[in-house]
Design a protein around this ligand. Structure first.
Ligand code: ATP
Length: 367
């Protein structure tokens, strides 16, 4: 197994399309790193450059202790799993699994042993004689993963491998890929646009936007300490609420003021927020940090505002409340047994100790 590092890679496609801009990233041996971001952010292009399917316009790509920029894909000792499975339709699962090994003239016994091991790991032993069209989406994806496993590559690369599966199968395969990583102890780089997939699978997550890395961190750090408004809004579901307003000072207290309401800022944040006195900022608060006043003991006039419920979305264990206060709309995530109705007046309490503030112009985090 091996570490992977990319150093200042840029990819410019014809027509001056800058798909990836000055990306640097080190992936440790045995690490599971997820590249995540919205469509077009350059995550697939980054992966394809590591795979050797796309040539970097500039920068270096290292696998193990070798710079591989000029090494063809087939000689990079990586295996890639694609979204569309890319199985050969006329071959059985066994033949698909063994294809790369046969091509490399592996001895028959070795091929058999590797295919059987992979089939065992993935639970597809009984399906080996079937052709792809005789398999479900999930089974096809297992064969595609198996084809990577048999090669015992230094690095596994996954490009949105679960996108074509239904929601339930996606969750199941997510768990299986996690187990596979633990079992194989290999370096894996995984691309997805789905933040839940990223959060549940990666040791570390790389958030990209417009070809540029925004933040690299473990899932909890990304969630709790996003570096900017984009990361804060991208990670988490339902997403963080953003409310425009400004910082004001009354007496010796600082408040965040929207046109229709204000909340007091916790003292711990004064040192950083005082520089923004009188300035426009964005207040960020996660749905789980907004509560119905009835259910909290820490409510005070400083952190309670009057709101109206606009939509009630019962999810079972919890309810998403779409509420409106002042000129702002936001989502609160409350207990599944709370009783709420559309158009109901509601006193909501912000847990301001969990709030974030972003610079209005640069969108960089203040706190
Ligand atoms: P998605 O989730 O939609 O696959 P992505 O984040 O993986 O998106 P990329 O496929 O890496 O994004 O594409 C990044 C940018 O590069 C996009 O603007 C895309 O249109 C452009 N791009 C990708 N491949 C090519 C190509 N072969 N020629 C020209 N432009 C391309």
């Amino acid at each position: 197994m091996a570490q992977v590092s990319v150093k200042n890679i840029t990819k410019i496609f014809p027509g001056n399309v800058v798909a990836v801009q000055d990306v640097s990233l080190g992936v440790e041996n045995k690490e599971f790193v997820v590249l995540v971001g919205p469509s077009g952010c350059g995550k697939s292009t980054t992966l394809r450059m590591i795979a050797g399917l796309e040539k970097a316009t500039s920068g270096e790509i290292w696998i193990g202790n070798k710079m591989v920029n000029d090494v063809p894909a087939k000689d990079r000792d990586i295996a890639m799993v694609f979204q569309n499975y890319a199985l050969y339709p006329h071959m059985t699962a066994y033949e698909n699994l063994s294809f790369a090994l046969r091509l490399r003239k592996f001895p028959k016994a070795e091929i058999e042993s590797r295919v059987n091991d992979a089939a065992e790991i993935l639970g597809i032993k009984k399906l080996l004689n079937r052709r792809p069209r005789e398999l479900s989406g999930g089974q096809r994806q297992r064969v595609a993963v198996g084809r990577a496993i048999v090669r015992k590559p230094q690095v596994f690369l996954f490009d949105e491998p679960l996108s074509n599966l239904d929601a339930k199968m996606r969750v199941q395969m997510r768990t299986e890929l996690n187990k596979l990583h633990t079992r194989l102890q290999s370096t894996m780089i995984y691309v997805t646009h789905d933040q839940t997939e990223a959060m549940t699978m990666g040791n570390r997550i790389v958030v990209m936007k417009d070809g540029i890395i925004q933040q690299v961190a473990d899932p909890i750090t990304l969630y709790d300490k996003p570096v900017n408004k984009f990361v804060a809004g991208f990670i988490g579901s339902p997403p963080m609420n953003f409310i425009n307003g400004k910082i004001i000072k009354q007496g010796d207290k600082f408040f965040f003021k929207e046109d229709g309401f204000k909340v007091k800022i916790v003292e711990d944040m004064y040192a950083l927020i005082s520089k923004y006195e009188g300035k426009a900022v964005v207040f960020g608060i996660r749905p789980e940090d907004i509560h119905d006043k009835l259910f909290v003991s820490s409510a005070s006039p400083d952190n309670t505002i009057k709101a109206v419920v606009e939509i009630v979305e019962p999810m079972g264990a919890e309810i998403f409340l779409y509420i409106n206060a002042g000129k702002s709309s936001f989502i609160a995530r409350v207990g599944g047994h709370n009783k709420h109705e559309v158009n109901q007046d509601l006193d909501v309490v912000f847990d301001t100790s969990k709030a974030h503030f972003f610079d209005k112009d640069s969108e960089v985090i203040i706190i």
